[in-house]
Structures are given as C-alpha cells and as structure tokens.
Design a protein around this ligand. Structure first.
Ligand SMILES: [Cu+2]
Length: 229
C-alpha cells in the first residue's frame, strides 16, 4: 500500500474510533431509568395510590449490592426506578414496603415526619409523627432505614427499619415473605414542575460517609417527581 493509502486507512480507523467513543459517552449520558406514569386516566380531584419498596440490595443490574427504591407501576409490575409522572394538585397516597435493616439517624431532625397530610405517617398501621431512632421499641426495633424527602416541598418521612438479620431480602423485588415494615403517608403535589426527592440517610455503604454510590444515583436513592397539570 502506498504511503498515502496507509495514511488514509489510519485516518479512517482513527475517525471511527473517535466516533465510537463519542457515541458510547453520549449513550451513557442519555441512559436513565424509565418514568412510571401515574397521570394516565387520572380523574381530577381523585387521589393517586403509589406503592414503593426499599431494599437493602437490589440484587441485579450494574450494582447488585446497592440499596434501592423500586416503584410498583399501575400495571402491577415492579420497576427499578425513582422517576414518576404525577398529576398536579393531587393527594398522593404513598405506601413504602420497607425491607432494609437500619440504625440510629445521624441527624435526629430527619426522624420528624413533616409536610405530609396530618404531618404524620403510619408504621404497620400505627400512626406516628416522630421516630426516635435511638430508642428500641417493639414497633421501632432498629431505628431508620431510609427517608423519603422532597426538599423543595417539605415532606419528610423516616422509614422504620426491620431488624438486621440474615433473612433480609437480598434480591428485589422483595415480597412479604421477607422481614418488612409498611410505612404509609400522603402528600399533596403542587403545580406542574419537576421536583427532586431523595433519601437523606447516608445509606451508600462502602462510600465516603455513606453519601456516594446509590445516594448519588437516580433510580436508587433519589429521583424526580414530574408533576403535570
Ligand atoms: Cu437510603
């Protein structure tokens, strides 16, 4: 092959390589968990029921050991996501099936239930407005596992932990055959907009101060309410 030919071939290989890298980086940046739609068929003024679960390890995918939230879609399928389309100015009745162990809160203020309808929640059917995660009781045996917090809208709900034990569910979606707590509360969506929510308990085990990994990843411990009117 002539020198010009070799140069041309090398240039083409180089250009294809650069193109491939750009494509893969763009695909990575575009990748996002799916959004579960709770607006389809919604009648104005009617509440929306939303069921979530929190698990100590998702058990599959790119990060099987990470803690995570999951969402029960209206079709009855569990979806590994933290993104929801919700109708505006609507009461959202949330149920969290909580399968993770936990411990005392680092910031006791996060034990206060705030911004929900009635400023309270129920844990296994019992109404409470404050979780003292340093006290061990029958209903709160092991502090808090995660929080559900929407900083700009004020709701904060500490999810009571199950006892730490070898029988904790390790592969999601978990079922009631595993140790669990059921946390229920309601909040009102505001007008349309995109509102971030997250867990404020540093549960990213193995990351600096527990605040990396799943705590920084949409689909695990944070997400968005995409409120639509
Ligand atoms: Cu968490």
């Amino acid at each position: 092959m002539s020198r010009a030919g070799r140069l041309a071939t090398a240039s083409v290989v180089f250009a294809v390589g650069i193109g491939l890298i750009v494509f893969l980086v763009a695909a990575f940046l575009r990748s996002s968990p799916p959004t579960v739609d709770f607006t389809a068929g919604h009648t104005a003024g009617q509440p929306v029921d939303m069921t979530l679960q929190t698990v100590g390890s998702i058990g599959f995918g790119a990060h099987p050991t990470w803690v995570s939230y999951l969402t029960l879609a209206p079709d009855g399928q569990w979806v590994h996501t933290t993104l929801w389309d919700l109708p505006a100015n609507t009461r959202i009745n949330v149920t969290i099936d909580q399968y993770d162990g936990g411990g005392p809160l680092r910031n006791q203020e996060m034990g206060l239930v705030q911004g929900t309808v009635g400023d309270d929640m129920t844990v296994d059917g019992k109404t409470t407005s404050l979780v003292n995660s340093n006290a061990t009781t029958k209903s709160i045996p092991n502090g808090v596992a995660h929080t559900f917090t929407i900083p700009t809208l004020a709701p904060n709900v500490p999810s009571v932990a199950t006892s730490n034990s070898a029988s904790l569910c390790a592969v999601a979606p978990c079922t009631f055959s595993s140790p669990h707590k059921i946390v229920k509360f309601s909040f009102m969506t505001p007008g349309s907009g995109v509102y971030p929510w997250q867990c404020f308990l540093p549960c990213g085990l193995g990351f600096l101060y527990g605040n990396g990994g799943p705590m920084q990843s949409i689909g695990y411990m944070d997400g968005f309410l995409k409120v639509q009117s």
